[in-house]
Design a binder for this molecule. Structure first.
Ligand SMILES: Nc1ncnc2c1ncn2[C@@H]1O[C@H](COP(=O)(O)OP(=O)(O)OP(=O)(O)O)[C@@H](O)[C@H]1O
Length: 376
């Protein structure tokens, strides 16, 4: 698939921009702070309905504007689909597919699939567990958009259960007799919705493992092999959780029963996929805290490349977004990464200076300056 048109209105620093794009490699070069990442972020937004830089939509709307519009035409198997997104911070966002009446944004997930490489990716290795959970969940949604529904069901249950625990915790400390009449109901909802998300993540990790190993060994000969271990908050720290959904639901029920007093004392849900982590090991050691900067970069790139290979194996090349990533890499990793991605159906590369872009990836060139984009 490839993006053939991109139109932005009041998105970040762009008042209005309209780009015609082709398959193959497009490079976006311009000085710092001119809007290169904003552009790449907008394309990623069409695919994921989220930004890799911020957790909320408000910063995506141009200062002083009420809403942002992102419109993209995507060509797949010689057919074109047009996605229109209206980003309304504080209100519901709206989406349209092929100019049909507005629908829930979630309905357009899967029309465009992207894999983004960005300087922030180092946090996959060095950052908090939330970074790795997001990596897994975004990949799950890209492969099967219905997982977005599973996730939002789980988040709704979690929110309700946390509200209940919070008020029960306050009562617990005041009078010692919290009202727990509905907690068992929420435990059951959490176990069922959590098991579905957990099962999907575990299956994904099993598929990723060989691809991450292969990508890592192709990027570097230093360190490794990389080993992925999913750690569930419902299982002991050295235990692999079972793969079966019903067994996972049972595991969650038992862990919730065991954690009851602690959860009441703390007033939050301590068990479930929102507390899990994907441990990244290099050989015997955890990458976080032990891996060198270069090894950490190789690991992060290997995770992204593995995601790319998985999506590609589903039958269609995702669009690759390489945002200012080459400036972070030494020359060997630069050329190995370039070698990997140069044959993808469509690649967007951004850089402050053209020299940072490896020769294999010099393609159709755009210049980004002061909120505008010019085709060179
Ligand atoms: N909501 C917004 N409204 C107006 N301007 C914004 C908004 N959000 C970001 N900007 C502006 O966009 C610019 C940053 O753009 P971007 O991050 O795309 O830069 P870049 O070209 O990738 O730079 P670098 O090379 O430094 O990474 C900043 O000048 C910032 O002030």
């Amino acid at each position: 698939m490839y993006v053939s048109h991109l139109q932005l209105a009041d998105y970040r620093s762009y008042e209005s921009v309209h780009l015609e794009l082709g398959p193959g490699i497009s490079t976006f070069v311009g000085p710092n702070g001119q809007g290169k990442t904003n552009l790449v972020e907008a394309i990623g937004y069409v695919a994921t309905l989220g930004s890799h830089r911020v957790a909320t939509d408000a910063p995506l709307v141009r200062k002083g504007a009420e809403r942002a519009i992102v419109r993209a035409a995507i060509v797949k198997d010689e057919r074109q689909a047009v996605v229109d997104l209206e980003i309304n911070p504080g209100k519901a966002n709206r989406a349209r597919l092929n100019r049909a009446p507005a629908t829930r944004p979630r309905e357009v997930l899967g029309v465009l699939r992207t894999v983004l490489f960005a300087p922030e990716d180092l946090a996959l290795v060095k950052g908090d567990p939330g970074e790795r959970r997001r990596f897994l969940d975004e990949l799950l949604v890209a492969r099967a958009p219905r997982i977005a529904g599973v996730r939002s069901d789980y988040e709704r249950v979690l929110k309700q259960r946390n509200a209940l625990l919070k008020s029960a915790s306050a009562q617990f400390f005041k009078r010692g007799e919290p009202d727990l009449s509905t907690l068992d109901v929420w435990n059951e909802h959490l176990a069922v919705a959590g098991a579905e998300l957990l099962a999907a993540r575990l299956a994904l990790v099993a598929e990723l493992q060989p691809l991450v190993g292969k990508a890592y060994s192709e990027l570097t000969t230093v360190g490794g092999p990389p080993v992925l271990q999913y750690r569930s908050s419902a299982a002991a720290s050295d235990e692999e959780p079972p793969a079966d959904r019903e067994q996972l639901a049972q595991l969650l029920r038992e862990a919730l029963a065991e954690a009851r007093v602690q959860e009441l004392q703390r007033g939050v849900s301590l068990i479930g996929p929102h507390r899990d982590d994907l441990h990244l090991r290099l050989d015997e050691l955890p990458a976080k805290g032990y891996a060198s900067q270069g090894e950490s970069w190789s690991y992060a790139l290997a995770l992204r490349l593995a995601g790319f290979e998985l999506l590609r194996a589903d039958g269609d090349d995702p669009v690759l977004l390489l945002d200012d990533v080459f400036a972070e890499l030494d020359s060997e990793r630069r050329s190995r990464l370039a070698e990997h991605v140069r044959h993808a159906e469509q690649v967007f590369v951004s850089a402050a200076v053209a020299e940072d872009i490896p020769p294999e990836l010099q393609g159709d060139r755009f210049r980004v300056v002061e909120g505008g984009i010019e085709h060179e």
